[in-house]
Design a protein around this ligand. Structure first.
Ligand SMILES: [Zn+2]
Ligand SMILES: [Zn+2]
Length: 557
C-alpha cells in the first residue's frame, strides 16, 4: 500500500554559500529519503526555501552597500544552482520572502495570540549607540567567560564551542564598530513555551522510534524546563508584526522559518492548480519527516510541535532524523576561518555523485564524523571506480565485443549464479528496510557489498576464458552480472542518481530509473545495450594536497 510522506528540510540562511556541513546535515539525507520513497511509488512532497530575513542579512547588506533583498536573492539563486547540480530534488524550494509566507505566518501568530499562547513583555537588548541599532546576539563581541577568547560572540564562542548568552560576555562591544554596548528595555511578543511542557513531555515519550541523539537533546531541554521565548525583534527587515505599536519590529526568524514548511506546502498546492492539495500532507494520513542539523533539533522537536499543538488541527512531526556534525580534516568546521569546503567550489571541480557517496558512506548519524580529501579520493578511486564502475565497464564492454552489444540468453543458471541473484534480491530488501528507517550509512554499505560480491563472482566465473570453449557458460555469467547491475542502479539510485540514470541507459532501458520501481528490473535476452562509457572518473592523488592547502586560507573567499 502506498504511503504519503512529507519531507521538510531546514531552511538555509541566505547570507552565504552552502558548505559540506549543511549538505551532510540535512540536504543529502533528505534527498536520499525522497528519492527512495518516490522509487517505492509513495506520494512524496519535499519542500524548503531560503531563509532571507534576520539581522545578519541587513548587516551584510550594509557592509556591501547593497540591499538585504539583493543579498537574499543572490544566495537564493546560488542555492537553486547547487540543488540542480548536486541533484537535490525539491518539489518546491521557495523563500520566506513571499506574500503567501507572510500571510500564513500572520495567521499562526494571530491564532496563537488569540488563544493566549503569545503575550507581550519587556526584555533587555544590546544596543550600539554609535551604529544606532539593536544588535543581534551574533553581532555582540566580547571575552569568553569560559576560555578567555577575546573574540567570542553573543551566541557562541568560536574557540571553545560553548553556547553563550549575550549577558555572559565580558566587556561586550559592537562587532561592527567596536563601541561598548549598553542594554535597553524593549517591548516584545513571547511564545508561551512553558504551557506546553506537559503536553510535549507526553508526546516525546511516544517517539521511541527517534534517534538516540535526537531524543537525548530533546530530553535535555525538557528536563531543564522550557522557557518562554521572545518571537519579535527590533528590526526593519522581515515579517511585520500584525499588531499596532509594533511597526518598527519584525517577527524573529526562528519563529517564522519553521512556519515555512506549511506555507511552502500551500504555495506548492497553488502552483499545481489545486489550492487544497496541501491538506492531505498536513491533515490527512501522512508521515512528516524533518531533516535538520544537530543545532536545529530544539526548534523541530519542541518549538515547532508546540506551535502546531497551539494552533491545532495540523500533523505533528513523525520523525526528526537530525544528524550530528561533520568535521573537516579532523577539525571543527568554521566558516569565519574558512575551515570549510564550499559546495559551489566543489561542484566547479568534481562530479556530484562521488561527493554524495563519500558523505553518505560516512554520514554523522549517531556521532560526529570526519571528511578528509584522502578518504574522498579513496572512496572515489577504490569503491566507485574500481569496484562498482569497473564491474559495469568490464561486463558491458565484454557483452559489446562478444555478444553483439546485447544481453545474451542465460540458459540454465548454475548454483553460483543463482546464489548471486538471491543476494541481489536480498540486497534490495535490506536496503529497502534500512532506508525506510533512515539508516543511510548502512544502506549504502549494503549496496556496495553487492558490487563487491559480483566482482568476486565474475573473477571466479572468468567469462573471458570460457567464451572460446563454453560460450553458453560465458553468456550465463554475463547475463547474471547484467542483472546484478540492474539491481545496483536501483539500490544506488537514492545515493547516486546521476550514475544510476546513466547505467540504466547503458543497460538498454528506456525512460528513467524511477519508472522501474524498487524491483529487480530484468533484462530481456537480446535487449540491446548502449555503447559503454565509464560511470566514474579516477581522480589523481595530487588533489589531496591541492584541496587541503585551500582550507583555512582566508584569501580564498
Ligand atoms: Zn556599532
Ligand atoms: Zn570560549
Amino acid at each position: 500500500m502506498s504511503e504519503r510522506i512529507f519531507i521538510g528540510v531546514a531552511w538555509p540562511y541566505a547570507n552565504g554559500p552552502l558548505h559540506l556541513g549543511h549538505i551532510t546535515g540535512a540536504y543529502l539525507p533528505a534527498d536520499i529519503f525522497a528519492r527512495y520513497h518516490r522509487l517505492k511509488g509513495n506520494e512524496v512532497l519535499m519542500v524548503s526555501g531560503s531563509d532571507q530575513h534576520g539581522a545578519p542579512i541587513t548587516i551584510r547588506a550594509g557592509q556591501e552597500s547593497t540591499t538585504p533583498q539583493e543579498i537574499a536573492s543572490k544566495y537564493h539563486q546560488q542555492f537553486i544552482n547547487c540543488w540542480e547540480k548536486l541533484g537535490i530534488s525539491f518539489d518546491l524550494f521557495t523563500t520566506t520572502g513571499t506574500p503567501n509566507h507572510a500571510q500564513v505566518t500572520h495567521d499562526i501568530f494571530l491564532t496563537l495570540l488569540n488563544k493566549g499562547y503569545i503575550y507581550k513583555d519587556k526584555m533587555l537588548q544590546a544596543h550600539c549607540p554609535r551604529c544606532q541599532r539593536f544588535l543581534p546576539d551574533r553581532y555582540l563581541e566580547g571575552t569568553c567567560p569560559y576560555c578567555g577568547f577575546a573574540k567570542a560572540r553573543g551566541d557562541e564562542c568560536d574557540e571553545c564551542g560553548k553556547p553563550l548568552n549575550p549577558s555572559e560576555l565580558k566587556e561586550p562591544h559592537c562587532y561592527l564598530c567596536s563601541s561598548p554596548v549598553h542594554f535597553e528595555l524593549s517591548e516584545h511578543f513571547f511564545l508561551r513555551l512553558t504551557s506546553f511542557q506537559d503536553k510535549l513531555t507526553t508526546w516525546i515519550k511516544e517517539q521511541t522510534h527517534w534517534r538516540h541523539n535526537v531524543l537525548g537533546t530533546t530530553w535535555k531541554f525538557l528536563d531543564e524546563g522550557l522557557r518562554d521565548r521572545a518571537i519579535t525583534r527590533d528590526l526593519n527587515w522581515g515579517i511585520t508584526v500584525p499588531q499596532s505599536g509594533f511597526e518598527r519590529k519584525r517577527i524573529y526568524v526562528w519563529f517564522e522559518a519553521v512556519i515555512g514548511y506549511l506555507s511552502a506546502t500551500k504555495e506548492w498546492a497553488k502552483l499545481h492548480g489545486d489550492d487544497l492539495a496541501w491538506q492531505p500532507f498536513w491533515q490527512g494520513e501522512t508521515k512528516s519527516f524533518y531533516f535538520v542539523g544537530k543545532d536545529n533539533i530544539f526548534f523541530h522537536t519542541l518549538v515547532w510541535p508546540a506551535m502546531l499543538m497551539g494552533y491545532g488541527g495540523l500533523n505533528l512531526p513523525y520523525d526528526v532524523p537530525a544528524n550530528e556534525f561533520l568535521t573537516i580534516e579532523g577539525r571543527r568546521l568554521s566558516t569565519s576561518r574558512n575551515w570549510a569546503i564550499w559546495l559551489p567550489d566543489y561542484l566547479e571541480r568534481y562530479e556530484p555523485d562521488p561527493l554524495r557517496y563519500a558523505l553518505a558512506a560516512n554520514m554523522p548519524e549517531t556521532g560526529d564524523s570526519d571528511f578528509s580529501w584522502r578518504e574522498f579520493l579513496r572512496r572515489n578511486n577504490n569503491e566507485l571506480v574500481a569496484t562498482y564502475g569497473n564491474l559495469a565497464h568490464r561486463v558491458l564492454t565484454f557483452a559489446c565485443r562478444n555478444f553483439n552489444g546485447a544481453a545474451p540468453s542465460p540458459g540454465e543458471l548454475d548454483e553460483q549464479s543463482q546464489r548471486l541473484l538471491h543476494k541481489a534480491e536480498a540486497t534490495l530488501s535490506t536496503v529497502d528496510k534500512l532506508l525506510y528507517h533512515c539508516s543511510f550509512k548502512e544502506a549504502v554499505r549494503e549496496a556496495m557489498s553487492l558490487a563487491q560480491e559480483a566482482n568476486r563472482y565474475l573473477d571466479e566465473q572468468a567469462p573471458w576464458k570460457t567464451i572460446k570453449e563454453e560460450r553458453q557458460n560465458s553468456a550465463k555469467s554475463i547475463y547474471t552480472v547484467l542483472s546484478v547491475l540492474s539491481t545496483l542502479k536501483t539500490v544506488f539510485y537514492p545515493f547516486l542518481p546521476f550514475s544510476s540514470e546513466k547505467l540504466h541507459r547503458l543497460l538498454g532501458f528506456e525512460g528513467s530509473v524511477k519508472e522501474g520501481g524498487w524491483t529487480l528490473q530484468s533484462l530481456s535476452p537480446g535487449q540491446e545495450l548502449r555503447q559503454p562509457e565509464p560511470l566514474f572518473i579516477k581522480l589523481d592523488e595530487s588533489i589531496v594536497a591541492q584541496e587541503t592547502s585551500q582550507l583555512g586560507s582566508v584569501s580564498n573567499r
